[in-house]
Ligand binder design. Structure first.
Ligand SMILES: [Zn+2]
Length: 226
């Protein structure tokens, strides 16, 4: 039924999720079965990676289609245990149509320390923020964790750390979300290394203002936004 409604879009979303998982696995942003990826197919329907399948063994048919209340609409596998987190973000953010959640090393290390990432490098502007905040800890897969991420992940910021857990990045497309996850991990690695040697300098509001002005002169992204 969903295939009839979304047609080629659903199949391409399935293939894109699998390919993106393999790509992020290769970059060390994802590991084994930790983390999960999703794409919003319509305002109330998402395609999400299944639970407990390694990314390099995942097939397009393993991707699960769910409504935002968690009802499985299509797919033989169980959806990611963090489906409530993805759904909460989609319900809260109409500027986000794809999500990447990972436990990547440096971002998770800062999350364990409860340390937001400040503007230690100008590329933080690509996340539409000058600080990547930290959402409070709650047990994985729970509505409490979903609510914590939802409450901390405020527009227009495109990434958030989760205390003692990992990070979440959003985007208008899966590529943007994946790029955001990679940027967050890179920023975390710079900040971590800086802290290991001394006291990192943080860019001022004026310095970041100039960066945002340059970013805004780039051509706007033409991707569909639900
Ligand atoms: Zn997780």
């Amino acid at each position: 039924m969903i295939d009839a409604v979304y047609g080629a879009d659903l199949q391409s979303a399935r293939e894109e999720l699998v390919a993106c998982g393999v790509r992020l696995l290769g970059k060390g942003i994802l590991t084994q079965t930790s983390g999960n990826l999703s794409i919003r197919l319509s305002p109330e329907v998402i395609a999400i990676t299944p639970t407990s399948i390694e990314y390099d063994k995942m097939k397009p048919d393993d991707i699960v289609v769910c409504s935002l209340d968690g009802t499985v609409l299509e797919g033989a596998k169980a959806p990611s245990s963090e489906t409530p987190l993805h759904a909460a973000v989609y319900q809260h953010r109409d500027d986000i149509s794809a999500i990447v959640h990972t436990h990547s090393g440096h971002a998770t290390t800062l999350a364990i320390l409860g340390m937001p990432i400040p503007a230690v490098h100008y590329i933080i502007a690509s996340l539409n923020t000058t600080t990547v905040p930290v959402a409070a800890y709650a047990t994985y897969g729970t509505p409490e964790l979903a609510a914590s991420v939802r409450d901390t992940f405020q527009a227009p910021c495109m990434a958030v750390l989760i205390a003692n857990h990992g990070m979440v990045a959003g985007g208008r497309t899966l590529k943007q979300a994946a790029d955001g996850a990679e940027t967050t991990e890179i920023l975390a690695s710079y900040y971590y290394r800086g802290l290991a040697v001394g006291q990192p300098n943080v860019l001022t509001a004026d310095q970041m203002g100039e960066v945002f002005a340059k970013y805004q002169r780039k051509p706007a992204d033409a991707s569909t936004v639900y």
